[in-house]
Design a protein around this ligand. Structure first.
Ligand code: CA
Length: 332
């Protein structure tokens, strides 16, 4: 396989704090010999584990970028044992455009793994993470939120894995993140995900969904900033004790958690995030977008639980994910 064209402008193995870039050559009309400059910070101090922390895998999700910008600014080498690699804007072109996928190639980074060193810009970024950065790490934290089209209850999550010991290590790190909700997730579409690549390399993996709607809130930004420090403490990289508060344990055990719109129209929400529903409880009405005088379509819950995610924009298209109902395992 060809070498990846991305080059880091800072060392990964020198003690101290270094701010720089992952430089991806990108020849284009506006800049013949130009490059995509992905900001990166490496904080390193002696022996210890390595944490790789990423935000903006999807470019319209902001809690990760906020928490990781703050961490890159605040974290000092003398506070840690080991190494922290911080990339606040993983899919940098998408982040700058404020879009989920890259405006350069319309590729969704979180469906592009393991990537290709001779592929499109997004595929090259994926390959660089898969073959260069992830192998350096013991623990990987990848922040997500709902982006412009979804809104989530704030949760950290782990996946069901084949290895019991790896799954237990991931669950322990997710519990240390200590979001208000903690979820065990069976992905419905895991081919090409960063998550899958990281887990296949045997790493401890933590991911989140901390809100959405294409913005952060004061609450979701606080959850992200606190969670990233908790995970570093749990990993033994940062000193101190994990700041622990009760967290509601959720599960999404089956496909019936997901509610997809079967018609287009104007959404009238009937349940807000975090509210309890029974099977059959109407979650939303969809009113016709083009006329008055017709009945709306009601979308009933397919199972009991809490509303964990919802479609964010006021208009819905057929096939959009309208609502996700999660099962409550324990109430913290
Ligand atoms: Ca996302």
């Amino acid at each position: 396989m060809p070498a990846n064209p991305i080059a880091a402008t800072i060392p990964f193995d020198r003690d101290g704090k270094h701010h720089g870039f992952l430089r991806l050559p990108h020849s284009r009309n506006e800049s013949a010999w130009g490059a995509i400059m992905i900001p990166v910070t490496v904080v390193c101090n002696g022996a210890g584990p390595t944490a790789l922390m990423t935000g903006a895998n999807h470019g319209d999700e902001y809690e990760g970028p906020i928490a990781l910008q703050a961490l890159a600014h605040e974290l000092q080498p003398e506070e840690i044992s080991g190494r922290v690699i911080i990339v606040p804007y993983m899919n940098y072109p998408a982040f700058r455009a404020g879009t989920r996928v890259s405006p350069i190639d319309t590729v969704n980074l979180n469906r592009a793994f393991p990537g290709a060193p001779d592929g499109t810009a997004t595929q090259k970024i994926a390959d660089y993470f898969a073959r260069t950065l992830v192998p350096m790490a013991d623990l990987v934290l990848d922040f997500h939120s709902g982006g412009k089209t979804l809104d989530f209850l704030p949760f950290a999550c782990a996946h069901y894995l084949e290895s019991d010991s790896q799954q237990a290590a991931c669950v322990a790190a997710v519990e240390a993140f200590n979001a208000p909700y903690t979820l065990m997730l069976r992905e419905i579409d895991n081919v090409g995900m960063y998550d899958t690549t990281v887990e296949a390399q045997g790493k401890v993996f933590v991911t989140t969904e901390l809100g959405g709607g294409g913005t952060a809130s004061a609450r979701s930004a606080r959850i992200a900033r606190r969670g990233v420090r908790n995970v570093l403490i749990h990993a033994g990289i940062l000193g101190g004790t994990v700041d622990h508060a009760p967290s509601v344990m959720l599960d999404m055990p089956g496909d019936d958690c997901y509610h997809f719109a079967l018609s287009e129209g104007l959404v009238e929400p009937l349940v807000d995030l975090g509210e309890t529903v029974e099977a059959g409880t109407p979650l939303a009405r969809i009113w016709p977008p083009d006329r008055t005088g017709l009945m709306p379509i009601e979308v009933p819950a397919q199972r009991s639980g809490v509303l964990a995610a919802r479609h964010f924009p006021g208009l819905v298209q057929t096939g959009d994910c309208l609502a996700v109902v999660a099962e409550v395992l324990t109430r913290g």
